[in-house]
Structure formats: structure tokens, C-alpha cells
Design a protein around this ligand. Structure first.
Ligand code: DQA
Length: 149
């Protein structure tokens, strides 16, 4: 019998701790604490165990990724602006080598030109954007299918 893989890490990057103070037309009015609470509920519904992490330090984000194997079976990540240029995070995600799904609250494809690039997309099973908090549910469903398979 194969062991259940159900441990999911939710990682938020730079400025996501400022949710609630950011442009509501892109991010709504939800705070990070409330978002994490809702995503934990989505995870519970799917039989997944969620652990949450946020940092404004790129180095800490990278080191957290380094330590994921062994403690998480999959990762949901919203690196914020780092998404668009951090090759260091790309490489750390590659080293982590666990199933990953990228998620963004806003519709990055319909905003500034520079937000259309994601340097982590090639390492992710899927990228979900523009659906607010609901997008995290879709991302978790995608990840759970991978973990079940
Ligand atoms: C974001 C989109 C990024 O372009 C932006 O820099 C963020 C948040 C999102 O969730 O929509 O900080 O990742």
C-alpha cells in the first residue's frame, strides 16, 4: 500500500503580508491571516494538511524551499513580485523537487507587461491567477490530484 501524501506547504512571498492594505481592485480587502484561514478550510475539505509561511526576505524564501523535502509533499506558492524575475527562487524550487502549483490573486496576464513573465511556471504543474482566494482552492485541487496519483 502506498503512503498517503497530504502535507502541503503554502508559501507567500514579498508584500503578501500587506494584503488588506494593497490595491483592492487587484487583491480585494482580505488580509493574509484570513486568506490562510480560508485556504486551510479548502485543504481540510480535500483531506490535506496545510502549513503556511510568508516572508519578505528572498533568502528566507529560498532557504524555506531548500528544507521542504521531507516535511512537505507538495507546495502552493505565490512569490509576489519575485515570480517575475527571481531565478534564485526558480533554482531553489527545482532543488526542492516536489510537486508545485503557482497561484496569484490578481490576473497577472492583464496587468503590466512585466507581470506576464513567470520564471517559475516551467517548474509548476499549473498556474492559477485572477480568481482571488477561490484560485487557491483550484490550485489545491490540482495539487491533490497529483499527490493522490
Ligand atoms: C501577485 C501578483 C504579482 O505581480 C504582485 O507583485 C504581487 C501579488 C498576486 O497574487 O496577484 O505581489 O503575486
Amino acid at each position: 500500500m502506498s503512503e498517503a501524501r497530504s502535507r502541503v506547504e503554502l508559501m507567500h512571498g514579498v508584500n503578501l503580508d500587506m494584503l488588506g492594505r494593497r490595491d483592492p481592485s487587484h487583491y480585494g480587502t482580505i488580509t493574509l491571516a484570513e486568506l490562510e484561514r480560508q485556504v486551510a478550510g479548502f485543504a481540510r475539505d480535500l483531506g490535506l494538511e496545510l502549513r503556511c509561511f510568508q516572508t519578505n526576505s528572498e533568502a528566507q524564501f529560498v532557504e524555506h524551499l531548500h528544507h521542504l523535502p521531507g516535511s512537505a509533499d507538495g507546495v502552493l506558492l505565490n512569490p509576489g513580485a519575485w515570480t517575475h524575475y527571481s531565478w534564485a527562487i526558480h533554482d531553489a524550487l527545482e532543488i526542492a523537487a516536489i510537486p508545485a502549483v503557482e497561484v496569484h490573486l490578481s490576473n497577472v496576464a492583464a496587468r503590466d507587461e512585466w507581470r506576464r513573465v513567470s520564471v517559475i511556471a516551467d517548474l509548476c504543474l499549473a498556474s492559477v491567477a485572477g480568481q482571488g482566494v477561490e484560485g487557491y482552492r483550484e490550485a489545491l485541487v490540482r495539487l491533490s490530484k497529483e499527490l493522490d496519483g
